[in-house]
Design a protein around this ligand. Structure first.
Ligand SMILES: [Mg+2]
Length: 273
């Protein structure tokens, strides 16, 4: 049997609902993160979150690895001297923001942007307030919004966005307006090229439809379920065997998946949290 050197693997992961639960708690994943760090395997966040939010998360977890923000809108990393570099991969927030208002008019239904939400609504919808909410609202390359409630309206919005060379992806709680062609999967390919590791193996983990391009780009793709099971739009991929299903929700399932499906880690006796 061929042994793949462990440094040839990356763990590329969504955060909200995947590594973290819906209260932004990642404590169940810490044991597996430390195990990956001991093996020199990068943990690369690939998230809807902003750079400020990811920097805060990295600091608390002790990560120095590259990362992908705003659903693939930009990639970030650290130089050898510790300086942060970044590469935008689509239009800026100020270019996208007026487009949301235009789409709202064409759709004939409200599309309330995250930056327009009252503190009370943001707390109710997202469980964010104060500085954490401000960090989430300071976008650079995407516009999150409260999505239409019916599947028909969501589909119509998707088509309207496409006619403007834009994209809309659906996270767990918000829709996200992006530049056309911007996705988590495309950003991962750009990051591999930029770092000169086109052959690296990727364990990709996600929980929502906005993670589909990331899952498709992974060599091993894992759907992390919530307490009620996997997201309905990801179930077909699991049933067809294209994606593996983590055996538990959020951080606990994330940890089990990483330890099970990265070669070599099964011999590590890091306790599961
Ligand atoms: Mg998610």
């Amino acid at each position: 049997m061929t042994t793949i050197p462990q440094s040839h693997w990356w763990v590329v992961t969504d955060l909200d609902g995947t590594l973290m639960d819906h209260h932004y708690d990642w404590s169940a994943a810490m044991g597996a993160i430390h195990c990956l760090q001991r093996h020199g395997i990068p943990v690369i966040p690939c998230t809807s979150k902003t750079v400020e939010e990811v920097l805060c998360f990295r600091e608390q977890v002790g990560l120095r690895d590259p990362f992908i923000v705003e659903n693939g809108g930009a990639i970030y990393g650290e130089s050898a001297t510790g300086e942060l570099w970044h590469q935008p991969l689509g239009p800026s927030w100020s270019q996208l923001r007026p487009q949301l208002a235009a789409l709202e008019q064409e759709l004939g239904e409200p599309l309330q942007a995250l930056d327009d939400l009252s503190d009370t609504d943001a707390d109710r919808l997202l469980g964010l307030s104060g500085e954490a909410l401000k960090q989430a609202q300071r976008r650079q390359c995407s516009v999150p919004f409260v999505p239409p409630t019916t599947p028909g309206s969501r589909q119509r919005l998707q088509l309207l966005a496409e006619t403007r060379q834009l994209g809309v992806v659906q996270g767990n709680r918000l829709g996200h307006l992006l530049g056309g062609g911007v996705s988590k999967g495309q950003a991962l390919q750009t990051l591999k090229q930029r770092l000169g590791v086109p052959g690296v193996k990727v364990l990709a983990l996600g929980d929502s439809p906005n993670d589909l391009p990331l899952l498709e780009a992974g060599d091993c793709a894992v759907v992390v379920p919530g307490p009620d099971g996997p997201h309905p739009e990801l179930q077909a991929g699991v049933a067809e065997g294209r994606y593996r299903l983590a055996p538990a929700p959020h951080g606990k399932g994330w940890s089990a998946a990483v330890l099970r499906w990265i070669p070599g880690l099964q011999y590590d006796h890091t306790p599961m949290v």
